[in-house]
Design a protein around this ligand. Structure first.
Ligand SMILES: *Cc1c(COP(=O)(O)O)cnc(C)c1O
Length: 234
């Protein structure tokens, strides 16, 4: 029964991504679904993988360091891509480099330096996104829009970091349409940086309640948890 429910949810999200992309005149293939598996047990994650999920998002290093090896061992042959979508503390950079294919939450030169150091030691080019604060609220995480070009410039000099785009989380709005200006802002910040010569193909934006609006505004990665796995039991 659980399998059916996961399979149905995943199919339904894909269908809604395709419709949203078509409405906006975009290629549906240009949008990746990241299944956010935080607080979801490894057995359930494995079932999602068996239902075609390949991109998985985790928020916490501790949880991921247990779950990722478990899932890998139980799904050999599936090429999984693990995304760190939560805030990263500098002292966890080493573990993050060891665990994740793409880190979405780089928001300071100091954090980037730690990632660079550990990636160099590991002989890895760490793919990252820069998290931008797109909210009228004063939230802790994400670099302010006016600091973006400066940070991108610093990151460009780091040999073991490859910046692939931007990530943003608007504050929660009841009506997903209210997220639209913030998604648009992130896209415009990206476009402005591209005009300055940065290569930033990826836009990670949109969650369960607003991913369709994000796709219409140019998201290339949507991070969907609840709509796939159900309400999290925290
Ligand atoms: C938890 C989380 C998500 C997924 O949220 P849902 O509302 O469950 O889809 C997406 N992005 C980030 C950064 C998260 O922490």
């Amino acid at each position: 029964m659980t399998d059916d429910f996961l399979a149905d949810n995943i199919k339904e999200i894909h269908r809604r991504i395709v419709s949203a992309a078509m409405r906006a005149g975009r290629e549906p293939d240009a949008v990746r679904l990241i299944a956010v598996s935080k607080n979801v047990d490894a057995g359930t994650v494995v079932r999602a993988i068996e239902n075609g999920v390949r991109d998985l998002g985790e928020s916490r290093i501790q949880e991921a360091s247990e779950k990722i090896p478990l899932c890998a061992a139980r799904t050999t042959g599936s090429l999984l891509v693990w995304h760190l979508i939560g805030h990263l503390q500098k002292n966890k950079a080493r573990a993050a480099v060891g665990l994740f294919d793409l880190i979405h939450s780089v928001d300071s030169a100091g954090l980037a330096e730690e990632i660079e150091r550990h990636a160099a030691r590991a002989g890895k080019i760490q793919r990252v996104l820069v998290q931008v604060r797109i909210s009228e609220e004063e939230t802790k995480h994400g670099i302010a829009g006016d600091g973006l070009l400066g940070l991108l410039d610093v990151l460009r000099g780091m040999e073991h970091i490859a910046v692939e785009g931007l990530m943003g989380i608007p504050r929660f709005f009841e009506n997903p349409e209210d997220s639209r200006p913030w998604f648009r802002l992130l896209r415009e910040l990206r476009d402005a940086a591209v005009d300055k010569g940065f290569r930033l193909p990826e836009l990670s934006m949109g969650m369960s309640h607003d991913f369709e609006v994000a796709v219409e505004e140019g998201a290339t990665m949507v991070r969907v948890g609840t709509a796939i796995f159900g309400e999290r039991r925290v």
